[in-house]
Design a protein around this ligand. Sequence first.
Ligand SMILES: C[S@@+](CC[C@H](N)C(=O)[O-])C[C@H]1O[C@@H](n2cnc3c(N)ncnc32)[C@H](O)[C@@H]1O
Length: 271
Amino acid sequence: MKKGSLVIVGTGISVAGQMTIITQNHIKQADVVFVAIPNKPGVEFVKSLNPNTVSLTDHYEIGKSRVQTYQDMCDVIINAVESGQKVCAAFYGHPGVFVNPSHRVIEILREREFSVSMEPGISAEDCLVADLGIDPAQYGCQSYEATQFLFRKYTLDPYMTQIMWQIWGVGDHVFKTTTEHKTDGLKILVDKLMQHYPENHTAIIYEARISPFFVSRMEEIRLVDLPSANLNAISTLVIPSLGLPDYNQEVLDALHITEEEIKRNLQHPEE
Ligand SMILES: C[S@@+](CC[C@H](N)C(=O)[O-])C[C@H]1O[C@@H](n2cnc3c(N)ncnc32)[C@H](O)[C@@H]1O
């Protein structure tokens, strides 16, 4: 192994309280910490653990392509590691969940034979499970990047809970940082979704609290009203399941069991 090293950590969504002890130790022990948290108190908390903290969010600029921003973030992290430093890069939430540069730098530096690792953090999805009381085990769960879902021929299963990330920028193929919110993509997304749901099906706009002083946003709307909803960069869309699908009788027959036997043993609250 060469001298420089990198550990990627997640700060949690509500930064000061959701950061694991392992992550705090990595931050304290690093020669330099690069931090990508979209709010000042979060950055300040990391700085209080290690004063040699550099923000990565300065690489976002209005009109600049996000692809270039991610490339610039990767370059500063890689340069610091290659100069022999013990580097910690902290991303908000879980550092491997919907974060492009974290996976990319790990791949590049591992290939160049540096010591690299990632520690898990509390993601928006973890907060959502707690706030909305949705257990992925109950109906199963599908989780997508909204634009990718829109552009590609995914198969949506309405009997599963749907989680749509980055709903604010859905349909943006330019990937430029902007303050303008276009809703053309949202309208087409709703048309696509409504092929699977009844007209009055509701969805939840979810925003986990980013500090213990705030409350989480859990706004129920009709799915058809999504294009006029108030969305922002931290909104995640949750579409509740239609319920449990029917049993697969062929499978039950092959196993010589009946629906009644399963219900007796599972005692599922819905049945
Ligand atoms: C670049 S991803 C970062 C995700 C983050 N790494 C995590 O672990 O949650 C940004 C997307 O995550 C979701 N997100 C971020 N912050 C959130 C919050 N406070 N509440 C709900 N969703 C959030 C939104 O879908 C947002 O568009």
